[in-house]
Ligand binder design. Structure first.
Ligand code: MRU
Length: 368
């Protein structure tokens, strides 16, 4: 998508294939800066501290990380080390392991001197597929917004949590793709943007929507239930970090509370899900999906600009205040109205998921 007049992807490889460039999301929304990496360790650091973040994007970044690693060491041990290092960066979003397994499988049985070129090509294919998957999610998701607009005959109020925007993917985003398509089609839409403590990914969503002129309002995480009770939310769209084979959705902490509020108030609640986010091996999401526990200082310390407009941090709790910081939660399939995927919109249940993805296709991102 565009930043100013320039089209950007959130991450891209140098044409010389010696480095990978990416938008540093820890600097947003206050500053737009790009960085580059030439070594796998730099990619791992970028994922760990969330310079690159969002389930699809960390998968793509990791795939390019393998290519960078092989530039320096294309041995079996070098490949194994790169995959292990990158897999250890973040545990919850399945896209990370999915992309690494896909690159590793592509390189299995390939002579070391031929691996690097193949790794770059596979990482690029994953990146390009991600763009196509997200755009297709938009094509299907916009129909939900359009139907609501035709019924309500006023701007459609959509609530979203976290950032499932174009910077959380390579382009388009999952949740933002239907929103951008609605805006392009002149379907009036307004977005309630949850702040999403503690990392405030909502500020990234607000920055994205502002850049594209999509009307939006930033709200605190606790406002959603109140807005729904008052009929001020017509639709909830959230992203996903891992979806079980029965349609349970693991997403940013706080998603579950929004789903409960939506259920209680009869507000349709959908997760936007590209195929690589489905973990076919998981049947019991609550028991099987590892929930990342992030550093306590993310809760204790708030970052922003001071009154002079300079980057600043303030502690809102003492260093010895005990803190828990689970980064994700699980919304059971029963609370979802449906899933918006690149193959269409359908119910979140095992029968529909398995019918749409025959066994032979389950571990791949296929566009139909
Ligand atoms: O911790 P983050 O910012 O990486 O978490 C991101 C989310 O939870 C998103 O909703 C999800 O990855 C979908 S992004 C298209």
């Amino acid at each position: 998508m565009k930043v100013g007049d320039t089209h950007f992807r959130s991450l891209w490889a140098d044409p010389a294939k010696s480095r990978v460039h990416f938008i540093d999301q820890t600097r947003l929304p206050f500053a737009f800066e790009t960085r580059s990496a030439t070594r796998v360790e730099e990619v791992a650091e970028a994922i760990r501290v969330m310079r690159v973040r969002g389930a699809p994007l960390i998968g793509v970044a990791a795939a390019f990380g393998v290519a960078l690693a092989l530039e320096h060491d294309n041995s079996d041990a070098g490949l194994k080390r790169a995959v292990t290092t990158l897999k250890a960066t973040r545990p919850t979003a399945v896209n990370l392991a999915w992309a690494l397994d896909r690159v590793e499988a592509k390189l299995t049985g390939v002579l070391p001197h031929k691996r690097t070129e193949l790794a770059w090509a596979e990482a690029q294919a994953i990146a390009d597929e991600d763009v196509a998957l997200n755009e297709a999610i938009g094509t299907h998701g916009v129909k939900l917004i359009e139907a609501l607009y035709l019924r309500l005959k006023r701007p459609v109020n959509v609530l979203t949590h976290c950032n499932a925007g174009w910077i959380a993917t390579v382009d388009w985003g999952t949740v933002t793709s239907p929103l951008y398509k609605a805006h392009e089609a002149r379907i009036p839409v307004h977005v309630w943007v949850d702040e999403t403590r503690p990392r405030n990914q909502g500020l990234l969503t607000a920055w994205e929507l502002a850049s594209h002129g999509v009307p939006h309002t930033l709200v605190t995480d606790n406002a959603g239930g109140h807005l729904m009770q008052r009929g001020q939310v017509d639709l909830v769209l959230v992203g996903a970090d891992r979806v079980s084979r029965r349609g349970d959705v693991c997403n940013k902490i706080g998603t579950y509370l929004k789903a409960l509020a939506a259920h209680a108030n009869g507000v349709p609640f959908y997760a936007c899900v590209p195929t690589p986010t489905i973990d076919w091996k998981v049947t019991d999401a609550l028991a099987e999906i590892p929930i990342e526990e992030r550093p306590a200082d993310e809760v204790r310390i708030v970052r922003g600009l001071d009154l002079q407009g300079l980057p600043s941090q303030v502690a809102i709790a003492s260093a010895n205040t005990p803190v828990a910081n689970p980064a994700f939660d699980v919304t059971p399939a029963e609370l979802l109205t449906g899933l918006v995927t690149e193959r269409g919109v359908f119910k979140a249940n095992e029968r529909d998921l398995l019918a749409l993805w025959p066994k032979s296709q389950r571990d791949q991102a296929y566009l139909t």
